[in-house]
Design a protein around this ligand. Sequence first.
Ligand SMILES: Nc1ncnc2c1ncn2[C@@H]1O[C@H](COP(=O)(O)OP(=O)(O)O)[C@@H](O)[C@H]1O
Ligand SMILES: [Mg+2]
Length: 227
Amino acid sequence: MNTVLEIENLQKIYMMGQVPVEALAGVSFKVDHGELVAVQGPSGSGKSTLLNLIGALDRPSEGSVTIGGIDAATLDDNDLAELREKVGFVFQFFNLIPRLNARENVELPLLVAGVDREERRARTEDVLEKVGLVDRMDHKPSELSGGERQRVAIARALIAEPNFLLLDEPTGNLDTKTAAEIMELVSGLNQEIGVTVIVVTHDPEVASFARRMIRLVDGLIASDEVN
Ligand SMILES: Nc1ncnc2c1ncn2[C@@H]1O[C@H](COP(=O)(O)OP(=O)(O)O)[C@@H](O)[C@H]1O
Ligand SMILES: [Mg+2]
């Protein structure tokens, strides 16, 4: 298969004052293009640390992250910025801009990238339709439910047509039914547009929506299984 991500002996040690905290203790795995992978593990097991390293938001203490055949450690700041543009991030608390409505929140990355008005409009409506939110696009985040807010955040993450969609506890702030709907959506998008998805969650129920589940315990892979 076509490997798009290779993690090798990934370690991350944070310093808490004088005390080292080993968040990742040597993690290795590969992800193929178009896979939907869940990384499941208890709080503190290193999931967010792993996702931030994959998205090149942080640098490892040891080991490597190779994306599309390129070792992230060899990239300069410009190339890293370019790489980050090809990664869509979704977080537990949505991180939407309160003053902007759903359409404007989703459109913002295109505005920043200097995409012209016509194209912005067309692409924004296209992704809002993909997440099932066209009829709510004039509402501000405060006027949307938690599930709808997360749909906006997913649309915003997809607007730049990323190679990867990385979700960190995307259902952590949602009730069980809404969480299942969001995971159905993510899994549908994975199949429909073929974007490679890595979703991090403490919830085994949420992780079960992915065919492949990597279980992380104390910064190490405890299991890596395909159902
Ligand atoms: N910036 C940081 N500084 C110090 N310790 C951190 C930092 N980020 C995470 N940690 C520690 O690293 C470990 C793994 O954290 P994290 O990756 O956030 O786990 P998870 O997302 O699975 O809950 C935890 O012990 C946490 O306290
Ligand atoms: Mg976390």
